[in-house]
Write a protein that binds this ligand. Structure first.
Ligand code: NBP
Length: 508
């Protein structure tokens, strides 16, 4: 490991909230000397005191109250990571260090920046001779502490300088199984394995890919919630019984961090009333910080039908209308469906299939979105590598991701994940059950927007003919928007001189 340098700390970090503190400790555990700075000095003092009392690598972490001293304490080219609230806070923090930088120094934004901000910042800093990397950091505080998935975007030269640090601190996966290596402790990081980081592309590519990761996280979580809701409302299952189902599912192709924590959550008792389950005590309104919304906005901007991902965002919005929903529940009637009389075991298998098929569609949408974005922003993304670095450290880590890596390694030009032989077979096998589940939810009045919109996407994508012939005719009728013909070459546009529509006359 790198030795203490005589000419300064290996790296500096600005922003000592939960993510920054944990990333500092991760770097220190890997032998890097880290200088830290925070706008509010007392928080930095508390952190240094905490390190001295608790952390084996505390002697590698040094705090600076003055930003100039902080910058001057770094080895050249200086590398400074920012883990600051995204937006204006990040700009302010970066601008505070700029006066003390030299040409060739490198700023790294590890926050959840919007990729457009990253493109802008990269341009602005380049003009000043400063290198800039926008790196997605996923995995929450535990990931930051013991191994996150890191998605850096920026120049190749800047990546070369950051790489030794990023590859050391990233999560590691077993080369053979593709599963995350776990068991790190303070002062004892994971050794060996494949690091969950790779250079994603120039300027905003890393932050864009991190944003899509979060969009996929939204839909993954929503799909699990719908499976839970159907087991609860259709099959009348209790949380502990559902916990066992999720734990069982986690032994197979659905194996993932989110399924695993769902099994744990469902068996958790309420700390305030230990005879009840915790999940029943949690109010059914979800918050959001914006990355799911950004993903959906980007899909609309780029014209990519990521409808299931958007449904996951809307489902959170609908959940937030708690008072309206409570009022409507007493006045808007649902169907008078009979109690579900089929086999519970068979129904659980149907739900599993619906979840898996919907998940494939949702990931297909995420990867299609990235494929379009690379044209728009002039990036060259490697989808096999992206799936590979999501196998560990991040919230969507799953066995499934190895299959996505395999799919793109087998066919670099794969147009849609659903067309890969492995995923195609999985959908063909599960679709009958998936359709039954969607039909059952409609029949019984159970809201399952992600299951049903994923199915609509699948059926739409595999349709050689959609009803938009009629839609285009309507557009030509009222707005002379023209249409193409089935019996003529693409790119030729026609228009009919429609008769003035007969408007109903109001008789007085
Ligand atoms: P926050 O997003 O809550 O940001 C808090 C930090 O930003 C503090 O150090 C604060 O300094 C600093 N800061 C602010 Br606010 N405004 C500033 C300004 N004008 N100038 C300088 N510093 C300023 O912290 P977090 O939850 O640790 O997240 C850090 C970044 O990582 C964010 O961009 C977040 O989106 C991203 N992220 C978070 C997670 C997660 O699980 N929390 C996961 C992945 C990525 P102060 O102490 O002086 O107020």
């Amino acid at each position: 490991m790198a030795k203490t340098t005589d000419d300064g700390h290996h790296i500096g970090l600005v922003g000592l909230a939960v993510m920054g503190q944990n990333l500092v400790l991760n770097m220190a555990d890997h032998g890097f000397n880290v200088a830290v700075y925070n706008r509010t000095t007392s928080k930095m003092d508390d952190f240094i005191a905490y390190c001295k009392a608790n952390e084996p690598s505390a002697d590698r972490v040094h705090g600076y109250a003055d930003v100039k001293d902080f910058v001057k304490s770094l080895a050249r080219p200086r590398k400074i990571i920012f883990l600051v609230k995204a937006g204006a806070g990040t700009d302010a923090a970066m601008n505070s260090v700029v006066p003390y930088l030299d040409k060739g120094d490198i700023l790294i934004d590890g926050g959840n920046a919007n990729w457009n901000d990253t493109i802008r910042r990269e341009k602005e800093f380049k003009a000043k001779g400063i290198e800039f990397i926008g790196s997605g950091v996923s995995g929450g505080e535990t990931g930051a502490r013991f191994g996150p998935s890191l998605m850096p975007g920026g120049s190749k030269e800047a990546w070369k300088s950051l790489r030794p640090i990023w590859t050391k601190i990233a999560a590691k996966v077993d080369k053979k199984t593709g599963l995350e290596l776990t068991g790190a402790e303070p002062g004892k990081p994971i050794k060996g394995g494949e690091p969950c980081t790779a250079h994603i592309g120039p300027d905003g590519a890393g932050h864009y890919v991190k944003m899509v990761h979060n969009g996929i996280e939204y839909i993954d979580m929503q799909l699990i919630c719908e499976a839970y809701s159907i087991m609860k409302n259709l099959l009348g299952m209790k949380p502990d019984a559902m916990s066992k189902v999720f734990a069982e599912w986690n032994k197979g192709e659905l194996f993932s961090f989110l399924i695993e924590i769902t099994a744990d959550i469902l068996q958790q008792k309420d700390p305030e009333n230990p005879r009840k389950f915790f999940v029943d005590a949690v109010l059914d309104t979800a918050g959001q910080k914006g990355t799911g919304k950004w993903t959906s906005i980007s899909s609309l901007d780029l014209g990519i039908p990521a409808n299931a991902m958007a449904e996951a965002v809307f489902a959170r919005c609908l959940s937030a209308l708690k008072e309206e929903r409570v009022a409507a529940s007493t006045s808007l009637k649902g169907p008078k469906a009979k109690k579900y009389a089929g086999s519970k075991k068979a129904a659980i298998e149907m739900i599993r299939d619906a979840l898996y098929c919907s998940k494939i569609c949702a990931y297909a949408q995420g990867f299609q979105l990235m494929a379009e974005a690379q044209h728009e922003y002039n990036w060259k993304l490697d989808f096999g590598t992206i799936a590979k670095i999501w196998r560990g450290g991040c919230i969507i880590r799953a066995r499934f991701l190895q299959k996505i890596t395999d799919a793109y390694n087998n066919d670099k030009k794969l147009q849609n994940l659903m067309l890969d032989p492995y995923f195609k077979k999985a959908i063909h096998k599960g679709q009958a059950n998936w359709r039954k589940v969607v039909a059952l939810t409609a029949e019984h009045g159970i809201s399952a927007p992600a299951f049903s919109s994923a199915l609509a996407y699948y059926d739409g994508y595999r349709s050689a003919v959609l009803p938009q012939n009629l839609l285009q005719a309507q557009r030509d009728f009222f707005g002379a928007h023209t249409y193409e013909r089935v019996d003529k070459k693409r790119g030729q546009f026609f228009h009919i001189d429609w008769p003035e529509p007969g408007r109903p006359q109001l008789k007085v």
